[in-house]
Write a new protein. Structure first.
Ligand code: SER
Length: 883
């Protein structure tokens, strides 16, 4: 059975049990400050478990793209070293939201594994939660009794809180779980040691395949457990492990989920993957190949979900994974040029059917990865130069150890892992200060922990209205009540988050900034400084809480900001449509920011947008503005209907079953933002910049309405000022051109005159140069600028031997010095004009430098020039009277 068939069978099995099949949520998480990436199938249902969102389908099943590289669930270090952990993996899951519970969940998992997939029952073990006195929780007798229907008791093992009490993070839904483990060892080995003794013991052949979580609690910020309003089931089966079991392999990487990728790496590196050969040299190759085969999936899926590698947050995590893959290629497989991007089409071929975003975005993913790889190779090379230099210096100083902070710099700036630095150091017979390195690493971790520090208190409930209605599409004022609030500390600043029964405040989303404004009651006004969404809750930020939280408030949105933002948002839609019309339908939105001042729109396109194209795009948007197109808004439209209308969806965006569609004539988009009622309200649209954001991604910034008017007015004013300066010529362009031509002619004339001047002075100077101790010496002041001094010195150098000249001058309140020493003297006396000029420049409050035979300096104290000349003479004498 192929991996694709196995996935399909899972979904069909649960469909047969009345489960709704839903698509995977994006892997990159928006709207949840506690999570960067989806790390479990249940993330997208968190609010349903907590009772914050209504239950649409009581039973759901799907396959979810997960990434476990940060936070509570982080498997990165195991990946590739073992054969069954991954950064990105698929989690097959079935859910019950207040519907069935332990009995059915256990029965169906057994049925699917043993009757549909026909897994050998004698190889299966299960664990149940043994209870936890400190949490006041009993053993999960119910699960134990259910399992007894299918397995003998010696196969039902007790599991600790660590393994059998599943928690999403430090806070949030949680509950006891029961895991199903598979023993893949040979019969001979199984006869020797029972699989029961190897469950949860990191044996690569006895592995967990499925986790059934019984969600009953919410872990609060103070650490206590609170009973959830209903009981739910959340199961997660590692798809890659299941495929391995069903295909009878010893390693996930031997299944058809990974084998095409491994084959590609073999052909790129010219090396072979030998799963069963664990000799040291081959194991290095095996691990390298596994890491790369794993990481290319995480990287490609993230980019497809709209997360580009970058320097911060989720983007930084992706950049580090990409660099990790490159490093393994470089270090373990000896691949010395960008290669990862060449694996994307293999992945798309293999997984594009189940995840169409891979095919649709293939070209972009390749481009982004290639660019990242190229720049990282440059960094690696610079790192290699740096480490060589460090080692050479240490060798010269006869030191034995590379200091910890240098090892850390190589790690942090150049992406060198410790063992690579160690290896290179060895070549120079050096050791590394590992302890010092770890200390630096810890310091950095603390720094970044502090920077992103968010402390959240528990909610204080004021009333139990649990549906928070957004009324902001129709109103910017409303009468509202507080439902709950909590204190948060973000980067050490205390703020409050408020949730109301209904709200006119738009929460940041779809690129549009959150509303600001105030709420008012009993003569007290509390300002709302921002509004954001956290999962499905609309959270209002304020610096204070109302004295009487029970009061009824008048909520007022900052109307001016709202209107201007709406103009920019509608303009963004018109821009999107025009970009596709002018540049082509490969243009996909890759990010946007809309506030009251401007709009920013990032999109996929592979070359610079030309001036003509920009003009055409701008004109098209302005035509649509002038065409008075009315807003057609469809709320709660079934998503299929929206698609039929031709509405544009974004990759990496999570849409519900019903969507809002915003239509302005032919521009149709899924969108939750606020818009004008008629395009004419935008007034005017002006693009103010076009630039590159990353490989294959361009950015346009634009302004609208009176901001665009002001832009043109300022330009007009500037032209008027230029006109005035030029005394109102008939043809302004010609007048400026004439000035440019005249200016360059004048410059040429000045050059000629300047040369004349130098020539004349040269005649005088030559007469003054006196041979002294066999050297032609002169130190004097001239009426020349720095460049002329240099010209003069160079001309003299070509005409006379054995020169030692020091020229100084004062020009526009500044002092100049030039020192020329003929090459033969430089050599003979081992002199450097730079050193001499530096010494002389002290007298003029200045500094300078240059070559051994000529150097110059400038300074702010022309009064010191006399002293410079005296000093020059003294230096000359000291040098040339010594012997
Ligand atoms: N939430 C559980 C897990 O991630 C089961 O889906 O393992």
């Amino acid at each position: 059975m192929t991996a694709n068939q196995i996935r399909q069978q899972f979904l069909e099995f649960f469909k047969g049990k009345q489960h709704e099949i839903v698509p995977s949520a994006p892997m990159v998480v928006k709207n949840d400050p506690t999570l960067m990436f989806t790390n479990a199938g249940m993330n997208q249902f968190k609010d349903i478990f907590l009772g914050n969102s209504p239950v649409k389908y009581p039973r759901i099943a799907n396959t979810q793209k997960c990434l476990r590289v940060s936070g509570k669930h982080n498997d990165l270090e195991e990946v590739g070293v073992d054969t069954y952990h991954h950064t990105m993996f698929e989690m097959l899951g079935n859910w019950s939201f207040g519907d069935y519970f332990k009995k059915e969940a256990i029965a169906w998992s057994w049925e699917l594994l043993t009757e549909v997939y026909k897994i050998d029952k004698s190889r299966l073990y299960v664990t149940v939660f043994e209870g936890s006195p400190e949490e006041g929780l009993e053993k999960d007798h119910e699960a134990f009794n259910e399992w007894k229907k299918y397995l003998s008791e010696d196969r039902i093992l007790n599991g600790s809180k660590k393994d059998n009490f599943w928690e999403m993070g430090d806070t949030g839904p949680c509950g006891p779980c029961t895991e199903i483990h598979y023993d893949g060892r040979s019969d001979e080995e199984r006869a020797k040691i029972s699989g029961a003794d190897l469950v949860n013991k990191d044996n690569p052949q006895v592995i967990e395949i499925w986790n059934n979580v019984f969600m009953e609690f919410n872990r609060k910020a103070d650490g206590s457990l609170e009973k959830l309003p209903a009981q739910h089931v959340d199961t997660g089966m590692g798809f890659e492990r299941l495929v391995r079991v069903l295909q009878g392999k010893q390693s996930n990487y031997d299944t058809d989920v990974f084998s095409p990728l491994i084959e590609k790496i073999e052909s790129l590196s010219g090396l072979r993957y030998k799963s069963n050969d664990t000799h040291k040299q081959q194991e290095i190759i095996n691990i390298g190949m596994r890491v790369i085969a794993d990481h290319i999936r995480a990287i490609s899926f993230s980019i497809a979900d709209g997360q580009l590698p970058s320097n911060t947050g989720a983007g930084y995590v992706i950049r580090r994974i990409l660099r990790r893959a490159v490093r393994y290629g470089y270090q373990s497989l000896g691949i010395k040029e960008p290669f990862l991007h060449r694996m994307v089409h293999v992945l798309a071929n293999q997984m594009g059917h189940a995840f169409p975003e891979l095919n649709a975005q293939k070209q972009l993913i390749e481009k982004v990865i290639k660019e990242e790889e190229q720049s990282f190779y440059r960094t690696l090379e610079n790192g290699l130069k740096r480490i060589d230099q460090v080692c050479i210096d240490l060798n010269a100083k006869k030191q034995k150890t590379i200091p910890g902070d240098v090892v850390f710099e190589l790690y942090d700036t150049f992406g060198f892992p410790l063992d690579l630095t160690q290896l290179i150091a060895k070549g120079y017979e050096l050791q590394i200060d590992e302890q010092g390195f770890r200390k630096n690493l810890e310091l950095q971790k603390n720094r970044s922990r502090k920077a992103g520090n968010i402390e959240t208190d528990d909610w204080i409930i004021i009333s139990d209205d649990d549906v928070e209605e957004f009324v902001g599409y129709d109103f910017t004022k409303a009468t509202i009540n507080l439902v709950k609030y909590r204190k948060v500390k973000i980067k050490n600043k205390e703020q409050y988050q408020l949730v109301f029964n209904l709200t006119p405040f738009y929460p940041e989303g779809g690129g549009q900034v959150g509303d600001t404004g105030y709420i008012e009651a009993e003569g007290e006004r509390i300002y709302i400084t921002d509004t954001k969404k956290e999962n499905n809750l609309i959270i209002h930020f304020s610096d204070a809480i109302p004295t009487n939280p029970q009061a009824t408030f008048n909520a007022v949105v900052n109307h001016h900001k709202r209107i201007y933002t709406a103009r920019n948002h509608t303009a963004t839609h018109l821009l999107h449509e025009s970009l596709r019309a002018v540049l082509g339908t490969h243009v996909e939105q890759k990010g946007s920011l809309v506030d009251e001042n401007y709009l920013r729109f990032d999109f996929s396109h592979f070359s610079k947008v030309s001036e003509e194209e920009l003009k055409a795009i701008e004109n098209m948007v302005n035509e649509k503005i002038r065409a008075n197109i009315l807003l057609e808004e469809y709320r709660n439209l079934p998503i299929e209907k929206g698609k039929e209308m031709g509405a544009m969806a974004l990759f990496g965006e999570k849409y519900g079953d019903t969507v809002r569609v915003i239509k302005f004539g032919t521009s149709i988009e899924f969108c939750g933002g606020t818009h004008v009622k008629n395009t004419a309200e935008i007034g005017r649209f002006k693009i103010i910049s076009e630039s590159a954001v990353a490989a294959g991604i361009r950015r346009i910034e634009a302004i609208t309405s009176d901001k665009a008017d002001s832009y043109y007015q300022e330009k007009e004013f500037l032209i008027k000022e230029i006109n005035d300066l030029l005394k109102n010529p008939k043809d302004i362009k010609k007048a400026i051109n004439d000035i440019i031509t005249e200016n360059s002619q004048l410059k040429k004339q000045i050059e000629i005159l300047s040369r004349e001047k130098v020539k004349n002075i040269k005649q005088e100077v030559i007469k003054e140069i006196k041979p002294l101790n066999g050297i032609n010496f002169l130190a004097r002041k001239l009426d020349l600028d720095a460049q002329q001094i240099k010209d003069l010195a160079f001309q003299l150098k070509n005409e006379m031997p054995n020169l030692f000249l020091v020229f100084v001058s004062e020009q526009a309140g500044k002092a100049n010095i030039g020192v020329l020493i003929s090459e033969e003297i430089v050599k003979d006396k081992n002199l450097h004009a730079g050193n001499i000029v530096k010494e002389l420049a002290k007298e003029i409050n200045g500094g300078g430098g240059g070559q051994a035979f000529y150097a110059s300096a400038g300074g702010t104290n022309p009064q010191g020039l006399e002293q410079v000349l005296l000093k020059a003479e003294n230096i000359f004498k000291t040098i040339f009277t010594k012997n």
